[in-house]
Ligand binder design. Structure first.
Ligand code: AMP
Length: 174
């Protein structure tokens, strides 16, 4: 089995979670296995290893796990983007449309400095709405987006189309 096949086969499909009609891609079987976790991080970081990066901006919640590990490999900082009301200090926020209703994400106003070179990290790219909104937060903070790294891409949802201004790296296409 190739490394990619090993990672793909470890992802658990959970039908109708968190609601009917969604097939949830559960990455916990990868995280609990030291070889697979390490492999996933190595693959996510590969194209960015030689780039100058000040910080990882990671999206709640699974993005934190991957982003923290990637920050240690790149020897850079880690900035959390969280759902509304979770960050304790002053924030910038962005609200975006979901299939039903809206969602709001926040970043501390002093988390990314003007001119900082940032890598955005999350577990999965679906429609691209979440990542696109986080790009707005980074740019509002004055950061420069070096790229976006995801473990999984649900390619049929065309999330890349919304993010065509940025270099995108996805380890697994499902
Ligand atoms: P989107 O904004 O549509 O690109 O959705 C991406 C965000 O929603 C990421 O933070 C993912 O963790 C989560 N997400 C969306 N669809 C799924 C799925 N099928 N399985 C697991 N997580 C998902």
């Amino acid at each position: 089995m190739t490394d990619i096949e090993k990672l793909k086969s470890a992802i658990r499909d959970v039908p109708d979670f968190p609601k009917k009609g969604i097939i949830f891609k559960d990455i916990t079987p990868i995280l609990k296995n030291k070889e697979l976790f390490s492999l996933a991080i190595a693959k996510m970081v590969e194209p960015f290893k030689k780039q100058k990066i000040h910080s990882i901006v990671a999206i709640e919640a699974r993005g934190f796990i991957l982003g923290g590990a990637i920050a240690r490999i790149l020897n850079c900082g880690m900035v959390p983007v969280r759902k509304q009301g979770k960050l304790p200090s002053k924030t910038y926020s962005v609200t975006y449309d979901l299939e039903y209703g809206t969602d709001t994400l926040e970043i501390h106003t002093d988390a990314v400095n003007k001119g900082d070179r940032v890598l955005l990290v999350d577990d999965l790219l679906a429609t691209g709405g979440t990542a696109g909104s986080v790009c707005k937060l980074i740019e509002k903070s004055g950061g420069e987006i070096v790229g976006l790294s995801f473990l999984i891409e649900l390619a049929f949802l065309n999330g890349r189309k919304k993010l065509k201004d940025y270099p995108i790296h996805c380890v697994l296409q499902l």
